[in-house]
Design a protein around this ligand. Structure first.
Ligand code: ASP
Length: 440
């Protein structure tokens, strides 16, 4: 029988009504055997996330300020949920215990993790399923670094004995027993780990959008939804700022090839976006199109010119050595015959630009060198690009027709994307021009 792991994000578990929806989703499909809930998120725009309130409680205690008022909001939130759902769960005792530990000066990770801990109990009671505290199965070392193999063993062993269960997201325990958390948004990571541990057929990630869009809706009017994309394409789009999933959530499922299905809790009929391992079929299905276009501002180009650069052994190493000595990493490095552009994020050059230029002049003796700030990068991403001739031409003519000057072009060696650099002022117009050229 198929096995699905369902992670529900903060807005999907924000209140009683949302949790009823979660129950309906889980009960609609018997393959949905493992549920990973977040802490209650915002019910409306000006609402508070429980995790934020918990961090605030911790801060108050640390500074010796009373935290009763903030904790009162948390208490009320959970009591309302339990009451709305008509559960017999003794949430008051659980809340009292959490309150006592926070008052006694518990660490930030412990405090923050209680949002998921309490919600896990609620979801388990709602479904009538066992609650599994992730401190038993998600393992971190003494310095708080996640231990994938130890965790995998523990997850398989513990969950292998159960027909179904609810595992709180976001946290686990260090080898010394202290609670540790992933970074913010980390329940996505827990869901992926559980999916790998139970060898799931699908990792369903239920959130408040119906999946990934082909472009940022703040720039392109009603962009289309992406039906299928590969892990690598997601990585490219995420690098450029398209976010739905926690960055680290892809690794555990990618390794075992488990597809991720981004779904919308308030539109359960919508198939959402499937993130899969690339294969021949997915390649060909969309050879005509792009998967998405995304970009970011805030880059600078270090433009270097030197005659016969190609024949000078060690030139690139010296150049990158200077960047390394200033602690700067580079993003892209397209080159011409006697020219080379190094794209770095502008924030890395802050306060260092003159010193970097001086060292580059001394070490590399270029004919000319110059830093051009104010660059935006735009990636046109698509596995279909490998097979379709003329994709680059379409990107270029789209920009030319829109009167946009291209400052840099780079096509990754995987031929999965074409990256162009344009002036920051041209960024939005460029994204729209590319999107409209490919999507009818
Ligand atoms: N509740 C945690 C946070 O707000 C983790 C999560 O929701 O995934 O960051």
């Amino acid at each position: 029988m198929a096995v699905k792991v369902c992670k529900f994000g903060g807005t999907s578990v924000a209140g009683g009504a949302q949790l009823r929806q979660v129950q309906a989703i889980v009960e609609a499909d018997s393959a949905r055997r493992w549920v990973v809930p977040s802490a209650p998120g915002k019910r409306s725009r000006d609402d508070q996330k429980v995790t934020d309130l918990l961090y605030l409680c911790h801060e108050h205690v640390k500074r010796g300020v009373g935290f009763e008022e903030v904790f009162g909001l948390i208490r009320e939130r959970y009591q309302t949920i339990v009451c709305d759902l008509g559960l017999s769960l003794d949430i008051a005792s659980l809340l009292d215990e959490v309150h006592a530990r926070i008052a006694a000066g518990a660490g930030a990770a412990y405090c923050a993790s209680r949002g998921e801990f309490l919600n896990g109990h609620i979801v388990a009671a709602l479904l009538g399923w066992p609650f599994i505290d992730p401190v038993e199965i998600i393992v971190f070392d003494e310095r708080g670094r996640f231990l994938p193999e130890e965790t995998h063993q523990a997850v398989s062993a513990r969950l292998g004995k159960l027909p179904h269960g609810v595992i709180s997201g976001f946290y686990g325990a260090r080898l010394d027993g202290e609670v540790a958390t992933f970074s913010r948004g980390g329940s996505d990571v827990t869901g992926a780990i559980i999916a790998r541990g139970v060898d799931a057929d699908v990792y369903e990630n239920w959130t408040d959008v119906s999946g990934l869009l082909m472009a940022d809706p703040r720039i392109v009017d009603s962009p289309k939804q992406i039906a299928v994309l590969t892990y690598r394409e997601l990585r490219e789009l995420a690098y450029m700022g398209a976010t739905v999933l926690h960055d680290e959530a892809i690794f555990p499922v990618r390794e075992s090839g488990i597809p991720v299905n981004i779904r919308n809790t308030s539109e359960p009929g919508d198939p959402g976006t499937m993130i899969v391992r690339g294969n021949g079929e997915t390649e060909l299905a969309s050879s005509e199109r792009i998967t998405g276009v995304a970009g970011r501002k805030g880059f600078s180009i270090i433009a270097v010119e030197k005659t016969l650069m190609n024949a000078e052994i060690g030139f690139g190493r010296r150049l990158l050595g200077v960047l390394e000595s200033h602690g700067i990493s580079f993003e892209h490095m397209p080159s011409g015959i006697d020219t080379l552009s190094i794209v770095v994020s502008s924030s890395q050059l802050e306060g260092k630009a003159d010193a970097v230029l001086e060292d580059l002049r001394a070490q590399c003796k270029p004919d000319s060198i110059d830093i051009k700030p104010g660059i935006a990068l735009i990636a046109t991403v698509g596995r279909g690009m490998m097979y379709a001739p003329g994709m680059a031409a379409r990107v270029m003519t789209a920009l030319a027709d829109a009167g946009i000057n291209i400052r840099m072009i780079d096509q990754g060696s995987g031929e999965l994307n074409i990256i162009v650099g344009v002036r920051e002022d041209d960024f939005e117009a460029a994204v729209r021009a590319i999107y409209q050229r490919f999507v009818k």
